[in-house]
Write a protein that binds this ligand. Structure first.
Ligand SMILES: C[S@@+](CC[C@H](N)C(=O)[O-])C[C@H]1O[C@@H](n2cnc3c(N)ncnc32)[C@H](O)[C@@H]1O
Length: 213
């Protein structure tokens, strides 16, 4: 199991994908070659649609990696809207800086270096959209912080909620057992969160979408 769709569906959807531009292609290839997890392109497109519909003024991403989704979101933000993105790995920070510079989107993106639990309490202004995509064991704590930083009517998007299909599977390989437990526990909390209208959407690796009431 790797994706949540059967291969035929995956291939069918992919057959409609428009050729991405050079930078996006380079980033996808770099991530694949160096085994750095980035968002599925289907989820990235879906988030771009959400950003275009919602027109957020302030976006917060937790887990930048090489800046793939950061740049994709920055490109569709309107006017003076900005994205802040938090990353703890020095290696990924260096890579993200290079790609962000290449994208020419530096004026829209602020990279915040450090552990999200340390960075988030220092953020004073609230956000219209938060994208949670860190280590899975951090999700529960970071959801709490995110709900404080999210405006009423704001949207939280969380990646990997179907976790390669294992969240809903009775057969989970040893390597994925612990992370699957984290995701299952998180999903219960996310779906029962008071003041959050939440859903899990089967796109990419499963996206959680929540609107703060
Ligand atoms: C799945 S990747 C993020 C992919 C990126 N959001 C994208 O869409 O391309 C997870 C990243 O989050 C970083 N990370 C994980 N836990 C973190 C935490 N608690 N605080 C800050 N960064 C974290 C990892 O170093 C890694 O670069």
């Amino acid at each position: 199991m790797s994706g949540i769709l059967i291969l035929a569906q995956e291939e069918y959807i992919s057959s409609f994908r428009k050729e991405p531009d050079e930078l996006i292609k380079e980033m996808e290839e770099y991530a694949k070659e160096h085994n750095i997890p980035i968002l599925y392109w289907q989820s990235a497109e879906f988030i771009e649609h959400l950003v275009k519909i919602k027109d957020p003024k302030r976006v917060l991403e937790l887990g930048t990696a090489i800046g793939y989704t950061t740049i994709r979101i920055a490109r569709v933000l309107k006017g003076k809207s900005v994205i802040h993105t938090v990353e703890k790995s020095q290696d990924n920070i260096a890579l993200a800086k290079q790609f962000i510079s290449k994208s020419g989107m530096e004026n829209k993106i602020k990279l915040l270096e450090g552990e999200a639990v340390n960075v988030m309490p220092q953020l004073k202004k609230k956000y219209d959209l938060i994208f949670l995509d860190t280590d899975k064991e951090d999700y529960r704590r970071l959801l709490d912080y995110s709900l404080v930083l999210l405006k009423r009517g704001g949207m939280i998007v969380v990646d990997n909620l179907l976790w390669h299909g294992y969240a809903a599977s009775s057969s989970v390989p040893e390597k994925y057992k612990e992370s699957t437990q984290h995701i299952r526990k998180f999903n219960k909390i996310f779906m029962k969160q008071p003041n959050l209208k939440s859903s899990i959407i089967p796109v990419g690796d499963g996206l959680g979408i929540g609107i703060k009431e």
